[in-house]
Design a protein around this ligand. Structure first.
Ligand SMILES: Nc1ncnc2c1ncn2[C@@H]1O[C@H](COP(=O)(O)OP(=O)(O)OP(=O)(O)O)[C@@H](O)[C@H]1O
Ligand SMILES: [Mg+2]
Length: 230
């Protein structure tokens, strides 16, 4: 179970700036971004390549520290928490899905789904992982390793892994970007169904206007700024 009740809004970004060093000097990647995501709300983040969408997710998920501004998860200011406290806050509550699946290659599909449940010390992790593989239509692939699965199957495992802990917030960065049209549609359908069942909030980065249209709200970025829908 999660360590403590999580009363605040899943995500609030206030005037977030991210500046990273590069060979050519500091690069301002995020230039004062505001974004608020309410419980259960599904927000699509759109914008041209290089505008800072993945960087926004890295900062919002607490994987990267902002140079300035504030990031709060569930009402807690991440800057006030040390690394361990941030990990505890995220554990079981925040999940991520990426374009490139990121399954652990030396674990079976079942072990991949069970891993975060075991880390969150959920009882009956293997059984629960099996149920989630069933929900994404992959019971027959439980003992397969990622390299034995198609891209669409790998992403369905990644979705099961992300949602099995019943997070309150899912970040998805181009989750259908590496898939053909049929698999993209299947993964999108599953993602929206499972997020709704969990009551999770969703921050979905996508280039696909049809996918963005399924969200409750669209937040458009351009050149490190939020230009619409913060
Ligand atoms: N570690 C880094 N150091 C310096 N610059 C970086 C670093 N990471 C990303 N950038 C730059 O920051 C900008 C935003 O990158 P980001 O990956 O967030 O864009 P994006 O909107 O996700 O693009 P895409 O749609 O292509 O995935 C880009 O110009 C990128 O080159
Ligand atoms: Mg990106």
């Amino acid at each position: 179970m999660s360590d403590a009740p999580a009363p605040g809004p899943p995500l609030v970004l206030e005037a977030v700036v991210l500046t990273l060093p590069s060979a050519a000097g500091p690069v301002e990647i995020l230039r004062g971004v505001d974004l608020r995501v309410a419980a259960g709300e599904r927000v699509a983040v759109t914008g041209p390549s290089g505008c800072g969408k993945s960087s926004l997710i890295a900062v919002a998920a607490g994987l990267e520290r902002p140079t300035a501004g504030r990031v709060s998860l569930f009402g807690k200011d991440l800057a006030r928490l040390d690394e361990d406290a941030r990990a505890r806050l995220r554990r079981g509550r925040v999940s991520l899905v990426f374009q490139a699946f990121h399954l652990l290659p030396n674990m079976t599909a079942l072990e991949n789904v069970a891993a975060p449940l075991e880390i969150a010390r959920r009882r009956g992790a293997a059984g629960l992982a099996g149920e989630w593989l069933d929900r994404v239509g992959l019971s027959a692939r439980a003992r397969h390793y990622p390299h034995q699965l198609s891209g669409g199957e790998q992403q369905r495992v990644a979705l099961a892994r992300a949602l099995a802990p019943r997070p309150a917030l899912l970040f998805a960065d181009e989750p259908t970007g590496n898939l053909d049209a049929a698999n993209a549609a299947m993964v999108a359908e599953l993602m929206f169904d499972l997020v709704r069942d969990c009551g999770a909030a969703l921050v979905l980065v996508t280039h696909d206007p049809a996918l963005a249209a399924r969200a409750d709200r669209r937040a458009a970025m351009s050149d490190g700024h939020m230009v619409q829908g913060a």
